[in-house]
Structure formats: structure tokens, C-alpha cells
Design a protein around this ligand. Structure first.
Ligand code: URA
Length: 252
């Protein structure tokens, strides 16, 4: 697929130069979408001692220690009643993940938004529609990939997940990755990329190379969060470069 065809599949409108577009084209949903580029960074390991005690003091879910033996459905079932962090207090639904359990391609966002919280499914709002177009531009159907988030419950006001919240949710994500064993993970946005790579580097720097996820053979590609692309459509051409890398890995 040529770059033009790829860009067209992602919606040619959004690739027009800023000077060719009306500046008032931001969607209504944009006000709900945050740009995360300037937010302070966090990593899995940065939960402080006090935070760790909170996790330790939280009534534990009996099977959390033995997720290693559970299927995806069983893990989702446990997550559905999770109370390991305070995000559980305000959620409507746990958003565990969706898609193929044998997917070669896995997308990981940061956390559910309002629509996801309502439906219990990841990336079903405006940003999700763009993600669906990005997946289609790769020649794939949403059902053929696996989509989930770092945290499974919606952070209030769509704020970034706190280190303590990301840490509490890590066993679920780890087991998802272990069971699905994708060929490639795409980290969507700075929060996801920094947590998965245990890095504090800004997104612009992180997306310059392809990584291996922790000590596995799984390739990890970093790209912009679709919500950010909705706010900054001119950056979509860069996301094409990232998805091109993904396409090449999938074709190997
Ligand atoms: N943003 C995310 O990071 N995840 C979702 O599921 C939706 C929006």
C-alpha cells in the first residue's frame, strides 16, 4: 500500500495542510480529549512507598497471585470485580480489552474514557473511531487485533492514570500480553509508551525506534494517541511512518 493510499484510508480530510483547512474544524468531542504531550511522566516503578502500602492494604482479589494459570476470560472475570485501586470507585464498567485472543497485533492505550466506561469496551469513542481507521489502513479488521489499556477503569476527568493505579493494573496487562503473545505491540501515546518502556523520554523521542517489549521477542512500536491526532491532525503523517513499521513487522 502506498503512503497516499494509507493516508486516504485514514481519512484524506484530516491530512490537509492546516493552511488548507478551516481552523474551526475541531470536533465537539475534542474538548473532552486531552493532549498528553506535556503531562508529567510516570513509570511502573515509580509508585512510592506510601502508594505501595495502599495497594498492599487494599483487600486483595484472591486469584490475583495466580493469574499465570488463568485464561483470558477468567482474568477478565476477576478484573470485572477488581477493587485494587480507587479508580474502581467511580467506574461504571471495567474495560478489560477486546479483539482476537490470537492477534498478531496488540494496541495498548492509557485508560478508558467516558464512552468506554459506559460500554465496557476499549476505544469506542471518537478516538476509537480514528483507531479503527488506522487499523483498516493496515488492511485489518478491529476483530483481528487486540485492543486494551494500561488501566482498566476510567480515570476521573480523563486524567492520566497515577503510578499506583498503573501498578495495580499491571498483572492484568501482563497476563493479557502473555496469553495473546502478539508479534507486535503498538503503544498509543506517551503515557502508554512510557509505562511499557519504563522510560521518561518524551513521545517524539520514543517513537524514533522499534523496541523489544521487556525480555520478550515481541516488537514494540510507539505512536501518537488517536485522541492527540484528533487535536493535531497534521501529525497524522507521522503516525503513518509508525504504522508502516508495524506493517513491515507483520509481514516478516
Ligand atoms: N483512550 C484510551 O487511552 N483508551 C481508550 O479505551 C479510549 C480512549
Amino acid at each position: 500500500m502506498s503512503k497516499d493510499a494509507f493516508l486516504s484510508a485514514m481519512g484524506i480530510e484530516v491530512y490537509r495542510l492546516r493552511s488548507q483547512r478551516g481552523e474551526s474544524q475541531q470536533s465537539d468531542a475534542d474538548s473532552e480529549l486531552k493532549e498528553s504531550a506535556e503531562q508529567p511522566s510516570i513509570t511502573f516503578d515509580h509508585a512510592n512507598a506510601e502508594d505501595s502500602q495502599v495497594v498492599a492494604a487494599t483487600p486483595s482479589i484472591p486469584a490475583l497471585n495466580s493469574l499465570a494459570e488463568l485464561s483470558l476470560g477468567e482474568v477478565a472475570n476477576i478484573a470485572s470485580t477488581c477493587r485494587l485501586c480507587t479508580l474502581s470507585k467511580e467506574r461504571t464498567n471495567v474495560v478489560f480489552g477486546s479483539g482476537s485472543e490470537s492477534a498478531d497485533l496488540m494496541f495498548i492505550g492509557e485508560g478508558p474514557g467516558a464512552e468506554e466506561d459506559k460500554q465496557g469496551l476499549p476505544f469506542v469513542g471518537k478516538a476509537g473511531q480514528l483507531l479503527t481507521s488506522m487499523i483498516a489502513a493496515l488492511g485489518l479488521n478491529r476483530d483481528a487485533v487486540y485492543i486494551c489499556n494500561i488501566v482498566k477503569c476510567r480515570p476521573p476527568q480523563n486524567r492520566d492514570p497515577l503510578p499506583i493505579e498503573a501498578k495495580a493494573c499491571t498483572p492484568y496487562l501482563s497476563r493479557q500480553i502473555e496469553l495473546i503473545q502478539p508479534k507486535v505491540i503498538v503503544a498509543l501515546g506517551r503515557v502508554s509508551a512510557q509505562l511499557l518502556l519504563d522510560s521518561e523520554m518524551p513521545l517524539g523521542g520514543l517513537r524514533r525506534q522499534t523496541y523489544k517489549f521487556k525480555d520478550t521477542d515481541i516488537d514494540l512500536v510507539v505512536t501518537y494517541h488517536p485522541a492527540y491526532l484528533l487535536r493535531k491532525p497534521t501529525e497524522k503523517a507521522k503516525s503513518w511512518e509508525d504504522l508502516w513499521k508495524v506493517r513491515q513487522i507483520l509481514q516478516r
